[in-house]
Design a protein around this ligand. Sequence first.
Ligand SMILES: *Cc1c(COP(=O)(O)O)cnc(C)c1O
Length: 286
Amino acid sequence: MQISPISKIILEGREFLIKRDDLIDPYLAGNKYRKLYTLLRTPKEELRTIISYGGTQSNAMLAIAAMCEKKEWEFLYYTKPLSTFLKEQKSGNFADALHLGMQHIEIEENMYREFVSSLRLNLNTKTFIVDQGGADVSAKVGLEVLAKEIREQNPDVKSLATPSGTGTTALFLALALPEYRVYTTPSVGDVEYLKEQMQALHILPKNLIILEPKKKYHFAKPYREFYEMYKKLQEAGVEFDLLYSPSLWMVLLEQIEEKVLYIHSGGVSGNRSMLERYSKKFKDIF
Ligand SMILES: *Cc1c(COP(=O)(O)O)cnc(C)c1O
Protein backbone atom coordinates (compact mmCIF):
# COMPACT_ATOMS: atom_id res chain seq x y z
CA MET A 1 0.00 0.00 0.00
CA GLN A 2 1.35 3.34 -1.10
CA ILE A 3 1.18 6.07 1.54
CA SER A 4 -1.34 8.87 0.91
CA PRO A 5 0.24 12.16 -0.21
CA ILE A 6 0.10 15.57 1.51
CA SER A 7 -1.32 18.54 -0.49
CA LYS A 8 -1.29 22.25 0.25
CA ILE A 9 -4.29 24.58 0.02
CA ILE A 10 -4.73 28.29 0.63
CA LEU A 11 -7.92 29.19 2.46
CA GLU A 12 -8.78 32.75 3.50
CA GLY A 13 -5.14 33.65 2.84
CA ARG A 14 -3.83 30.90 5.17
CA GLU A 15 -1.88 27.83 4.21
CA PHE A 16 -3.15 24.40 5.27
CA LEU A 17 -1.70 20.96 4.63
CA ILE A 18 -4.06 18.08 3.78
CA LYS A 19 -3.26 14.40 4.30
CA ARG A 20 -5.07 12.94 1.28
CA ASP A 21 -6.69 9.82 2.72
CA ASP A 22 -9.58 10.58 0.34
CA LEU A 23 -7.40 9.37 -2.55
CA ILE A 24 -6.84 5.84 -1.20
CA ASP A 25 -9.85 4.29 -3.02
CA PRO A 26 -13.18 5.65 -4.37
CA TYR A 27 -15.20 3.76 -1.71
CA LEU A 28 -12.73 2.45 0.84
CA ALA A 29 -11.12 5.72 1.77
CA GLY A 30 -10.64 8.20 4.57
CA ASN A 31 -10.92 7.16 8.17
CA LYS A 32 -13.13 4.18 7.28
CA TYR A 33 -10.15 2.69 5.46
CA ARG A 34 -8.00 3.27 8.56
CA LYS A 35 -10.64 1.79 10.88
CA LEU A 36 -11.10 -1.31 8.72
CA TYR A 37 -7.35 -1.81 8.40
CA THR A 38 -7.19 -4.87 10.65
CA LEU A 39 -10.03 -6.58 8.75
CA LEU A 40 -8.45 -5.64 5.42
CA ARG A 41 -5.30 -7.42 6.50
CA THR A 42 -7.22 -10.53 7.57
CA PRO A 43 -6.77 -13.44 5.09
CA LYS A 44 -10.06 -13.97 3.29
CA GLU A 45 -10.34 -17.66 4.26
CA GLU A 46 -10.57 -16.67 7.93
CA LEU A 47 -14.02 -15.13 7.58
CA ARG A 48 -17.18 -15.72 5.62
CA THR A 49 -19.67 -13.10 6.81
CA ILE A 50 -19.49 -9.50 8.01
CA ILE A 51 -22.47 -8.07 9.87
CA SER A 52 -23.09 -4.39 10.53
CA TYR A 53 -26.01 -2.05 11.19
CA GLY A 54 -26.86 1.64 11.23
CA GLY A 55 -27.79 4.44 8.84
CA THR A 56 -28.49 3.88 5.17
CA GLN A 57 -26.33 6.68 3.81
CA SER A 58 -23.43 5.84 6.08
CA ASN A 59 -19.89 6.03 4.73
CA ALA A 60 -18.93 3.07 6.95
CA MET A 61 -21.59 0.91 5.24
CA LEU A 62 -20.20 1.68 1.81
CA ALA A 63 -16.59 1.08 2.91
CA ILE A 64 -17.54 -2.30 4.43
CA ALA A 65 -19.42 -3.23 1.23
CA ALA A 66 -16.32 -2.41 -0.86
CA MET A 67 -14.13 -4.43 1.50
CA CYS A 68 -16.46 -7.45 1.38
CA GLU A 69 -16.55 -7.33 -2.41
CA LYS A 70 -12.74 -7.43 -2.56
CA LYS A 71 -12.57 -10.21 0.05
CA GLU A 72 -15.55 -12.19 -1.32
CA TRP A 73 -17.19 -12.04 2.11
CA GLU A 74 -20.95 -11.97 2.54
CA PHE A 75 -22.13 -8.62 3.95
CA LEU A 76 -25.38 -8.39 5.95
CA TYR A 77 -26.49 -4.87 6.83
CA TYR A 78 -29.39 -4.23 9.19
CA THR A 79 -31.34 -0.96 9.32
CA LYS A 80 -34.67 0.39 10.46
CA PRO A 81 -37.36 0.34 7.73
CA LEU A 82 -36.54 2.56 4.73
CA SER A 83 -38.65 4.99 2.76
CA THR A 84 -39.51 3.91 -0.79
CA PHE A 85 -37.75 7.08 -1.95
CA LEU A 86 -34.42 5.88 -0.59
CA LYS A 87 -34.97 2.30 -1.74
CA GLU A 88 -35.49 3.47 -5.28
CA GLN A 89 -32.60 5.95 -5.39
CA LYS A 90 -30.26 5.11 -8.24
CA SER A 91 -27.16 6.80 -6.87
CA GLY A 92 -25.66 7.50 -3.47
CA ASN A 93 -23.99 5.35 -0.83
CA PHE A 94 -26.94 2.97 -0.38
CA ALA A 95 -27.36 2.22 -4.10
CA ASP A 96 -23.61 1.76 -4.49
CA ALA A 97 -23.38 -0.58 -1.51
CA LEU A 98 -26.19 -2.77 -2.90
CA HIS A 99 -24.38 -2.81 -6.20
CA LEU A 100 -21.26 -4.07 -4.41
CA GLY A 101 -23.25 -7.04 -3.09
CA MET A 102 -24.50 -5.83 0.30
CA GLN A 103 -27.56 -7.70 1.57
CA HIS A 104 -29.91 -5.26 3.24
CA ILE A 105 -32.32 -6.37 5.96
CA GLU A 106 -34.92 -4.11 7.54
CA ILE A 107 -35.78 -4.51 11.22
CA GLU A 108 -39.01 -3.09 12.63
CA GLU A 109 -38.50 0.14 14.57
CA ASN A 110 -39.76 -1.31 17.89
CA MET A 111 -37.53 -4.41 17.62
CA TYR A 112 -34.38 -2.65 16.43
CA ARG A 113 -32.55 -1.97 19.71
CA GLU A 114 -33.13 -5.44 21.04
CA PHE A 115 -32.12 -6.96 17.73
CA VAL A 116 -28.82 -5.05 17.64
CA SER A 117 -27.91 -6.02 21.20
CA SER A 118 -28.62 -9.69 20.43
CA LEU A 119 -26.39 -9.80 17.31
CA ARG A 120 -23.42 -11.18 19.22
CA LEU A 121 -25.30 -14.18 20.57
CA ASN A 122 -24.65 -17.46 18.77
CA LEU A 123 -21.96 -16.08 16.48
CA ASN A 124 -19.84 -18.58 14.60
CA THR A 125 -16.07 -18.11 14.24
CA LYS A 126 -16.33 -17.08 10.59
CA THR A 127 -18.64 -14.16 11.29
CA PHE A 128 -17.47 -10.72 12.38
CA ILE A 129 -19.59 -7.80 13.59
CA VAL A 130 -18.58 -4.22 12.86
CA ASP A 131 -20.37 -1.90 15.28
CA GLN A 132 -22.05 1.26 14.04
CA GLY A 133 -19.49 3.84 12.96
CA GLY A 134 -16.64 1.39 13.64
CA ALA A 135 -16.29 2.69 17.20
CA ASP A 136 -14.04 -0.08 18.36
CA VAL A 137 -10.59 -0.50 19.87
CA SER A 138 -9.61 -2.54 16.79
CA ALA A 139 -9.45 0.82 14.93
CA LYS A 140 -6.29 1.53 16.94
CA VAL A 141 -3.99 -0.46 14.66
CA GLY A 142 -5.08 1.33 11.49
CA LEU A 143 -4.63 4.71 13.11
CA GLU A 144 -1.15 3.73 14.28
CA VAL A 145 -0.31 3.06 10.62
CA LEU A 146 -1.60 6.55 9.75
CA ALA A 147 0.52 7.97 12.59
CA LYS A 148 3.61 6.22 11.24
CA GLU A 149 3.02 7.68 7.77
CA ILE A 150 2.70 11.18 9.23
CA ARG A 151 5.94 10.75 11.19
CA GLU A 152 7.73 9.63 8.03
CA GLN A 153 6.35 12.49 5.96
CA ASN A 154 7.39 14.86 8.75
CA PRO A 155 5.19 17.82 7.72
CA ASP A 156 6.15 21.30 8.89
CA VAL A 157 3.36 21.55 11.54
CA LYS A 158 2.83 20.93 15.24
CA SER A 159 -0.92 20.41 14.97
CA LEU A 160 -3.28 18.01 13.21
CA ALA A 161 -7.05 18.18 12.74
CA THR A 162 -9.74 15.65 11.89
CA PRO A 163 -13.54 15.77 12.37
CA SER A 164 -15.46 13.58 14.82
CA GLY A 165 -18.57 11.43 14.72
CA THR A 166 -17.92 8.79 17.36
CA GLY A 167 -14.50 10.38 18.00
CA THR A 168 -12.69 7.06 17.46
CA THR A 169 -10.42 8.48 14.76
CA ALA A 170 -9.39 11.66 16.58
CA LEU A 171 -8.85 9.80 19.86
CA PHE A 172 -6.61 7.03 18.51
CA LEU A 173 -4.73 9.50 16.33
CA ALA A 174 -3.97 11.67 19.37
CA LEU A 175 -2.87 8.61 21.35
CA ALA A 176 -0.57 7.46 18.54
CA LEU A 177 0.99 10.91 18.03
CA PRO A 178 1.59 12.48 21.46
CA GLU A 179 4.10 14.93 19.96
CA TYR A 180 1.33 16.67 17.97
CA ARG A 181 -1.77 18.55 19.10
CA VAL A 182 -4.90 17.00 17.57
CA TYR A 183 -7.89 19.31 17.04
CA THR A 184 -11.39 18.01 16.48
CA THR A 185 -15.00 19.13 16.82
CA PRO A 186 -18.25 17.14 17.19
CA SER A 187 -20.50 16.65 14.14
CA VAL A 188 -22.94 14.43 16.03
CA GLY A 189 -24.22 15.84 19.34
CA ASP A 190 -22.31 18.30 21.52
CA VAL A 191 -18.84 18.38 23.13
CA GLU A 192 -20.02 16.55 26.27
CA TYR A 193 -21.53 13.72 24.24
CA LEU A 194 -18.37 13.38 22.17
CA LYS A 195 -16.23 13.19 25.32
CA GLU A 196 -18.45 10.45 26.73
CA GLN A 197 -18.13 8.42 23.54
CA MET A 198 -14.36 8.79 23.55
CA GLN A 199 -14.00 8.02 27.26
CA ALA A 200 -15.79 4.71 26.67
CA LEU A 201 -12.74 3.74 24.58
CA HIS A 202 -9.84 5.34 26.47
CA ILE A 203 -8.85 8.09 28.92
CA LEU A 204 -8.59 11.36 26.98
CA PRO A 205 -4.96 12.35 26.28
CA LYS A 206 -3.83 15.95 26.93
CA ASN A 207 -2.87 16.59 23.30
CA LEU A 208 -6.45 16.02 22.11
CA ILE A 209 -8.29 19.33 21.89
CA ILE A 210 -12.05 19.40 21.29
CA LEU A 211 -13.19 22.71 19.85
CA GLU A 212 -16.74 23.92 20.39
CA PRO A 213 -18.70 25.05 17.30
CA LYS A 214 -20.29 28.52 17.56
CA LYS A 215 -23.73 27.13 16.76
CA LYS A 216 -25.57 23.86 17.38
CA TYR A 217 -25.94 21.76 14.24
CA HIS A 218 -28.04 18.64 13.72
CA PHE A 219 -26.18 15.82 12.08
CA ALA A 220 -26.79 15.33 8.34
CA LYS A 221 -29.03 18.38 7.95
CA PRO A 222 -28.23 20.84 5.14
CA TYR A 223 -26.93 24.22 6.36
CA ARG A 224 -26.18 27.15 4.09
CA GLU A 225 -22.83 27.88 5.80
CA PHE A 226 -21.76 24.23 5.36
CA TYR A 227 -22.38 24.45 1.64
CA GLU A 228 -20.47 27.76 1.46
CA MET A 229 -17.53 26.18 3.28
CA TYR A 230 -17.65 23.13 0.97
CA LYS A 231 -17.61 25.43 -2.09
CA LYS A 232 -14.68 27.47 -0.74
CA LEU A 233 -12.68 24.28 -0.16
CA GLN A 234 -13.56 22.96 -3.59
CA GLU A 235 -12.39 26.24 -5.14
CA ALA A 236 -9.16 25.91 -3.13
CA GLY A 237 -8.66 22.57 -4.89
CA VAL A 238 -9.91 19.72 -2.68
CA GLU A 239 -13.40 18.22 -2.29
CA PHE A 240 -14.45 17.40 1.28
CA ASP A 241 -17.59 15.71 2.63
CA LEU A 242 -20.67 17.77 3.52
CA LEU A 243 -21.48 16.09 6.84
CA TYR A 244 -18.38 16.22 9.02
CA SER A 245 -15.78 18.51 7.49
CA PRO A 246 -17.56 21.90 7.18
CA SER A 247 -17.92 22.53 10.92
CA LEU A 248 -14.30 21.55 11.62
CA TRP A 249 -13.04 23.89 8.90
CA MET A 250 -15.22 26.66 10.32
CA VAL A 251 -13.83 26.27 13.86
CA LEU A 252 -10.26 25.99 12.56
CA LEU A 253 -10.63 29.25 10.65
CA GLU A 254 -12.32 31.00 13.60
CA GLN A 255 -10.46 29.64 16.64
CA ILE A 256 -7.01 28.41 15.58
CA GLU A 257 -4.11 30.48 14.29
CA GLU A 258 -1.26 28.04 13.70
CA LYS A 259 -0.60 25.96 10.60
CA VAL A 260 -2.43 22.64 10.66
CA LEU A 261 -2.25 19.31 8.84
CA TYR A 262 -5.89 18.33 8.20
CA ILE A 263 -6.42 14.57 7.90
CA HIS A 264 -9.00 14.17 5.12
CA SER A 265 -11.57 11.75 6.53
CA GLY A 266 -13.07 10.75 3.15
CA GLY A 267 -16.83 10.52 2.66
CA VAL A 268 -16.88 12.37 -0.67
CA SER A 269 -19.01 9.59 -2.24
CA GLY A 270 -21.89 10.66 0.02
CA ASN A 271 -21.91 14.18 -1.47
CA ARG A 272 -24.05 13.24 -4.48
CA SER A 273 -27.14 12.55 -2.39
CA MET A 274 -26.38 15.47 -0.01
CA LEU A 275 -25.99 17.91 -2.92
CA GLU A 276 -29.39 16.81 -4.20
CA ARG A 277 -30.89 17.74 -0.83
CA TYR A 278 -29.02 21.06 -0.80
CA SER A 279 -30.30 21.93 -4.26
CA LYS A 280 -33.89 21.38 -3.07
CA LYS A 281 -33.49 23.34 0.16
CA PHE A 282 -31.45 26.30 -1.13
CA LYS A 283 -32.69 26.92 -4.65
CA ASP A 284 -31.00 30.35 -4.77
CA ILE A 285 -27.41 29.08 -4.40
CA PHE A 286 -27.53 26.55 -7.21
C1 LIG B 1 -17.23 8.36 9.76
C2 LIG B 1 -16.69 9.70 9.39
C3 LIG B 1 -16.18 10.58 10.36
C4 LIG B 1 -16.25 10.30 11.84
O1 LIG B 1 -15.30 9.41 12.29
P1 LIG B 1 -15.26 8.94 13.83
O2 LIG B 1 -14.09 8.06 13.95
O3 LIG B 1 -16.55 8.21 14.08
O4 LIG B 1 -15.18 10.16 14.68
C5 LIG B 1 -15.62 11.78 9.93
N1 LIG B 1 -15.60 12.11 8.62
C6 LIG B 1 -16.12 11.31 7.66
C7 LIG B 1 -16.12 11.76 6.25
C8 LIG B 1 -16.68 10.08 8.02
O5 LIG B 1 -17.22 9.29 7.06
